[in-house]
Design a protein around this ligand. Structure first.
Ligand SMILES: [Zn+2]
Ligand SMILES: [Zn+2]
Length: 258
């Protein structure tokens, strides 16, 4: 039994058009960045958290504008509330995973992960606590029944597709490696990249059964050539181009030295 908290999500403005939302009572290991972008015709929501509390309810004021909810990839910490939105965008390689929540393999307790999965997380440098939640969204919440809800995208994305908000547009970049369906969203006009788990400023995961190290190296080579101003990742604080190049180079060098 844990304390039940009313405000499950926290948020802060990044600039006049972008908000970051997150789940403060979730261990950093499974706490993703949820990005909200205002647009003239549509808003864009990049990832949706664990789905243990309703994101749609918690940020109703933001979602008054027609909102395109997009998954950077199918992993449980990014897609929990995707089903709550009427417009759902995901890469074509994630469709079958999103349809079968069991395959997503999410859990809120250390002992609910398979031994091999846990080993990969620990080897990557994560500390995985016994319990991933410091509080509960409701008094009668039961972490053992946690499962991401199955959902189907209403728009299936491919590399090069454009997600157009009216006054700004993002190009979809297929960035496989961490997962087969990982995508980034790049707005060339402002140099803004939402990178999901393809790259963030923390231990990157490439040892899961759905990871592909060779594809990841190619993704890093593609990313390091991108003229970005700012990268908003799936976890950890945002960073600029210099740090992006460092992170890409460090990953590639790490693979080559294995
Ligand atoms: Zn992931
Ligand atoms: Zn993640």
């Amino acid at each position: 039994m844990k304390v039940a908290v009313g405000n499950w999500f926290a948020r802060e403005p990044v600039d006049e058009l972008i908000w970051r939302l997150w789940e403060p009572f979730v261990d950093p290991f499974a706490r993703c960045n949820i990005w909200f972008v205002h647009g003239r015709d549509h808003a864009l929501l990049v990832d949706t958290g664990l789905g243990v509390a309703s994101l749609h309810e918690a940020a109703r004021d933001l979602f008054e504008q027609p909102t395109l909810a997009l998954a950077t990839h199918y992993h449980f910490d990014h897609t929990g509330s995707l089903h709550e939105f009427t417009e759902r965008l995901a890469h074509k390689a994630g469709v079958s995973y999103l349809a079968t929540p069991g395959a997503i393999g999410g859990a809120l307790r250390r002992d609910a992960f398979s031994a091999s999965t846990l080993e990969k997380y620990l080897a990557a440098g994560y500390e995985v606590p016994d319990d991933l939640l410091d509080a509960w969204p409701e008094a009668d919440f039961d972490p053992d029944t946690y499962e991401v809800r199955s959902c189907a995208p209403t728009r299936v994305l491919d590399d090069g597709d454009i997600v157009d908000l009216g006054d700004r547009a993002f190009e979809v970049m297929h960035l496989p490696g961490h997962s087969p369906d990982s995508i980034g969203l790049f707005d060339a006009a402002s140099g803004t990249l939402f990178s999901g788990d393809a790259v963030y400023d923390g231990p990157l995961l490439d040892g899961s059964p759905d990871s592909d190290v060779d594809a990841y190296v190619a993704t890093m080579e593609r990313l390091r050539a991108l003229p970005v101003e700012v990268v908003h990742g799936g976890h950890e604080p945002s960073f600029g181009r210099e740090r992006l190049v460092e992170l890409c180079d460090a990953y590639i060098a790490g693979v080559r030295s294995r």
